[in-house]
Write a protein that binds this ligand. Structure first.
Ligand SMILES: Nc1nc2c(ncn2[C@@H]2O[C@H](COP(=O)(O)OP(=O)(O)O)[C@@H](O)[C@H]2O)c(=O)[nH]1
Ligand SMILES: [Mg+2]
Length: 248
């Protein structure tokens, strides 16, 4: 299957109306909800981050790993144009086992790139807040290293999501785990970085500066857990073919 083609394994759950309002695909969402066993937990993994940074490819890899399917679950492309619009979800909930051995169902959500040239600041905030509030684990995709602006934007959008949540009757929605997926990781001269979470802990350590520490405190008080995964570039050939070849 070529990049940009829809394999049918995922469905658009949220789109934008012309006036910028979010339009929810209720029939598809109802089908997903109806298929969730009542005695199993539902885990939602959502993805967000800048446009054209391999979000859909990574999620397709994750879905392929869990289902054994070779067709990419989420449309991805190698041109400049964004391929993912709004929010897409897998058509089916995937059976998974949690660390404590209990059975759960996994929903994977892919979202349009933040700051892509088609999304205004207001639309970017809405996509981020919606994905965050729906996710048990929100993956923040970024390139090369976690930088201050990545932390600042995560903190800023999260505070908007908190405001949205305060207007719902679901006070426990979202903010469980923020997971930084660092793509094209290329530093191998730092012994502390053997453990990906140790790398993140270094970044999140207080710096003795009110601004920098304010951002860190905002994130720490917002999310129950924060983790990181440092991922190598998949290789030019590999990123142009079926997403089954990540090294880490
Ligand atoms: N640099 C880099 N590019 C990647 C990676 N994974 C995928 N790509 C490329 O990034 C481009 C956009 O992929 P896509 O998954 O559609 O990105 P999205 O817009 O963030 O969903 C394609 O050219 C991919 O081959 C990666 O880990 N690093
Ligand atoms: Mg995409």
């Amino acid at each position: 299957m070529s990049a940009g083609a829809n394999s049918g394994l995922s469905v658009q759950l949220v789109s934008f109306a012309d006036d910028g309002a979010l339009v929810i695909n209720r029939p598809a969402l109802n089908d997903l909800v109806a298929s969730a066993p009542l005695d199993e937990r539902l885990v939602v993994v959502g993805m967000c981050g800048p446009a054209r940074t391999g979000k859909s490819l990574l999620l397709s890899f994750l879905a392929g790993h869990l289902t054994g399917q070779h067709d990419p679950a989420f449309m991805f492309g190698w041109g400049r144009q964004a391929v993912t619009l709004g929010v897409w979800g897998m058509r089916t909930l995937l059976p998974v086992a949690l660390r404590d051995g209990s059975k759960a169902r996994l929903l994977i959500l892919d979202s349009q790139g933040l700051f892509d040239s088609q999304l205004s600041e207001a639309r970017t905030m809405r996509i981020f807040a919606l994905t965050l509030l729906c996710s048990t684990v929100l993956i923040q995709n970024l390139s090369k290293q976690v930088q201050e602006d990545n932390l600042q934007s995560a903190a800023m959008y999260s505070s908007f999501a908190k405001l949205v949540r305060s207007q719902t009757d679901a006070p426990r929605l979202g903010f469980h785990t923020l997971f930084f997926a660092v793509r094209d990781w290329q530093f191998d001269d730092d012994d502390d970085v053997d453990d990906d979470d140790a790398y993140l802990a270094q970044i999140l350590r207080p710096k003795g500066d009110a601004d920098l520490d304010g951002t860190r405190e905002a994130l720490a008080s917002t999310f129950d857990h924060m983790h990181a995964a440092l991922l190598c570039h998949p290789g030019r050939t590999r990123s142009r073919t079926a997403p089954t070849h990540y090294r880490r």
